[in-house]
Design a protein around this ligand. Structure first.
Ligand SMILES: Cc1ncc(C[n+]2csc(CCOP(=O)(O)OP(=O)(O)O)c2C)c(N)n1
Ligand SMILES: [Mg+2]
Length: 736
């Protein structure tokens, strides 16, 4: 798309001069962060001792990111906009940090990084420095909810932030390298889930600076026609801002950004005044500008600006090489710091005025510290959803179905701050009861047959798309901005988001344990279901309980794993998790019919203790027991891989007497008992284990053991002959 000629120069000469000056200040600070440990304002000639000994950080992404930020500032002021900024290439943190510092918010949070020469120097020195801050948009960065260390999640985080925030415009800078990742590629489809009436807007800016670390990017090396078709195919209306001459680019960006903001407003006004929520074609921007824009054009005969060599530190040896030192000095002086900062080293007043004030500053947007906006969920009493358990182990119930009725009521009571996420599996996971409270968000095309059980609705609050990445990203964006939810997913495929879990856990760890100024946010609640032990029709590919191993690598300060043994325990656990803050809670609960053990009162007591002795299942009567059978999860055993229990218990007294049975990577299309037998977690093998391990049973138990082995053989015969377990097994009940 091109902008009409008459609005191509929206900036007056004065505005243009000041806009460019503000941008120069951003770029000056970005370079200063990477290079300087003294002489922050270049008041004297640059000397080797002013340069950091180790040069770390990323320059290439910074000027383009600051360019967008500076232009957002103008429109925030003009239209009183509420803008959150997400930096996809979070390694371009110097841009975010520089803007946060120039807006004054950085100094409000970290008063020693004051708005003067002394503070500026501390601000420079700490960057990517031992004992200081990281080189990405880490939790320490005011205004950031997205570190961008691991690339790919910027757009999904942006949409998560925009859901149920009708006033918010989330501007998300997408790296053209980042755009090659799977998670980012699929996340463009998020626009089919954004309701213009009740949600905010997302304005993606594809940062087509042409390069990644050491390669060109694909999107920068396909024709303009192909790129435009791709973005249109994703449902956007792309506007192109292309060039390298700052004055021309300022005018073009000012005009284009304004056009986009006005279009967003008109889409929203239309939907909100007429109720028409047909899917709009949301605008987006493609910013094609040089990587390392305004930096050194060439270093030692190698092209740098507008090439991948601009990605990190363009000049590597200024401490030891005089020529390099002068390249850095000339580069920094090209921004004319003496025109930007006063005698104290403070940004001059006419430039300070360019930024919005208070919470309208992007760096101080309240949504970027979402815990402050968090409202408690209004919760029904989970006990009202209890399953009646007259005696333990005699009734069969699908636990997730019980949970669904409770979640439906949580949804009904929190229709602007609670969402449920699932990759096309809400029904499969037996959570369909939620649809009675709210259906599935869907703004793409409808067909008449959808009315027959499709459960689709433009105003739905159940988020279903077949991308675990996008769902997890939405959910993270949603909780990072203070709202609540639950993500249900098949156990085997939760691994798809292993590394997103890692990244979110790292974010939480820092925010929770080190940053007092970040308010606690609602927890990420992951319900893992369709479990390893009951993949009766899917088989081996659907059997993988290993996510728990990933989770236990993280600090107990921020992760919790729950293995509720029955439906009442699941209700108690879910209530607890939904009320918690600053955790990733992983709940493992099955959708198949399972024996119920505990009444609601007993379940609450059990969950409160976390571990318990079940009297009705015990025979020790206060004597020293020969053996203690312990279990965690939906089977009388350990739900997951045995090594996890050994990892967690190896320093416990008597560890050498702890023997664990769990999943041993053996499975196919099996009956439940056959699968248990293959992994030696079945009743027969457990009894054999006891005989083998209790010394006094070893010889007297030989006949029993032989009989148990026969039962194993018989059970496998039944499974292979009939395709199901015998009724005696599948309807088994606990008998006193
Ligand atoms: C998932 C992932 N893979 C690889 C990396 C390593 N990495 C860091 S920056 C980068 C290039 C990013 O290029 P782009 O998105 O175009 O950002 P730019 O610096 O050009 O703005 C890569 C590959 C990463 N951070 N995350
Ligand atoms: Mg790039």
């Amino acid at each position: 798309m091109a902008i009409a000629a008459e609005i191509l120069t929206p900036l007056s000469a004065e505005e243009l001069r000041k806009t460019d000056a503000y941008w120069r200040a951003c770029n000056y600070l970005s370079v200063g962060m990477i290079y300087l440990r003294a002489n922050p304002l270049l008041r004297e000639a640059l000397k080797p001792e002013h340069i950091k000994n180790r040069l770390l950080g990323h320059w290439g992404s910074d000027p383009g990111q600051s360019f967008v930020w500076v232009h957002l500032n103008r429109l925030i002021k003009k239209y009183d906009l509420n803008v959150l900024y997400i930096s996809g290439p979070g390694h371009g943190a110097p841009a975010t940090l520089a803007n946060s510092y120039l807006e004054g918010h950085y100094s409000e949070i970290y008063p020693d990084k004051s708005r003067d020469a002394t503070g500026m120097l501390k601000f420079f020195r700490q960057f990517s420095f031992p004992g200081g801050i990281g080189s990405h948009c880490t939790p320490e960065t005011p205004g950031s909810i997205h570190e961008g260390g691991e690339l790919g999640y910027s757009i999904s985080h942006a949409y998560g932030a925009a859901f149920d925030n009708p006033d918010l415009i989330v501007t998300v800078m997408v790296g053209d390298g980042e755009a090659e990742t799977g998670p980012l590629a699929t996340s463009w489809h998020s626009n089919k889930f954004l309701n213009p009436k009740r949600d905010g807007a997302v304005l993606p800016v594809l940062h087509l600076n042409g390069y990644k670390i050491a390669n060109p990017t694909i999107l920068a090396r396909i024709s303009r026609e192909e790129l435009e078709a791709l973005l249109k195919g994703y449902g956007h209306k792309p506007y192109f801002v292309e060039g390298d001459d700052p004055s021309t680019m300022h005018q073009l960006m000012a005009a284009t950004l304004e056009q986009c903001i006005l279009e967003i407003r008109s889409i929203q006004d239309h939907a909100r005044s007429t109720g028409d929520t047909s899917r709009p074609r949301w605008p987006m921007i493609v910013l094609r500008s040089p990587k390392g824009w305004t930096g050194p054009k060439e270093v030692d005969g190698h092209k740098v600006e507008d090439f991948w060599r601009a990605h990190q530190v363009p000049v590597l040896d200024p401490v030891t090489n005089k020529k390099s030192l002068s390249v850095v000095e000339n580069w920094m002086r090209s921004y004319k710091p003496e025109e930007l900062f006063d005698a104290n080293g403070t940004l001059i007043p006419e430039l300070q005025e360019m930024a919005p004030v208070g919470p309208r500053r992007i760096s101080a947007n309240p949504h970027a510290n979402g815990g402050f906006l968090r409202k408690e969920l209004e919760m029904p009493d989970f006990r009202d959803y209890a399953v009646e358990v007259k005696s333990p182990g005699t009734t069969y119930v699908p636990p997730t179905d019980v949970l669904a009725h409770f979640l439906a009521e949580v949804m009904r009571r929190n229709m602007t701050s609670f969402r449920v996420f699932g990759p096309d599996e809400t029904a499969s996971n037996r959570l369909s009861a939620i649809y009675a409270a709210s259906k599935k968000t869907w703004l793409a095309e409808y067909k008449p047959e959808d009315a027959d059980g499709g459960e689709l609705d433009v105003a739905g609050r159940v988020m279903e798309m077949l991308s675990e990445h996008t769902l997890e990203g939405w959910f993270e964006g949603y909780v990072l901005t203070g709202r609540h939810g639950l993500f249900s997913t098949y156990e085997a495929f939760v691994h798809v988001i292993d590394s997103m879990f890692n990244q979110h856990a790292k974010w939480l760890e820092k925010s929770k344990t080190e940053l007092d100024w970040r308010a606690p946010i609602p927890s990420i609640n992951i319900l893992i279901t369709s479990l390893v032990w009951r993949q009766d029709h899917n088989g081996f590919t659907h059997q993988d309980p290993g996510f728990l191993d990933v989770v236990t690598n993280k600090s107990p300060a921020i992760v919790r794993i729950y293995l509720p043994p029955d439906a009442n325990c699941l209700l108690s656990v879910a209530d607890h998790c939904l009320r918690s803050r600053d955790y990733v809670n992983v709940i493992v609960a099955d959708k198949q019919d399972h024996l119920q053990y505990l009444s609601m009162d007993d379940a609450i007591a059990h969950c409160t203790k976390g571990i318990g002795i079940w009297e009705w299942a015990s025979t020790d009567k206060g004597e020293d027991p020969d053996v203690v059978m312990a279990c965690a999860g939906d089977i009388v055993n350990f739900h997951s891989y045995a090594s996890l229990i050994h990892k967690l218990s190896y320093r416990r007294t008597n560890h050498e007497n702890i023997h664990v049975r769990g999943y041993k990577e053996k499975g196919n299309i099996n009956t439940p008992l056959e699968l248990a037998i293959l992994n030696q977690v079945d009743r027969f093998n457990l009894a054999i284990d006891v005989i083998d391990r209790v010394p006094r049973l070893r010889s007297i138990g030989a006949h029993v053991k032989d009989g148990l082995k026969n039962q194993i053989i018989d059970s496998i015969h039944v499974a292979h002959a009939e395709g199901i377990d015998s009724a005696e097994i599948s309807n088994w009940k606990w008998a006193k």
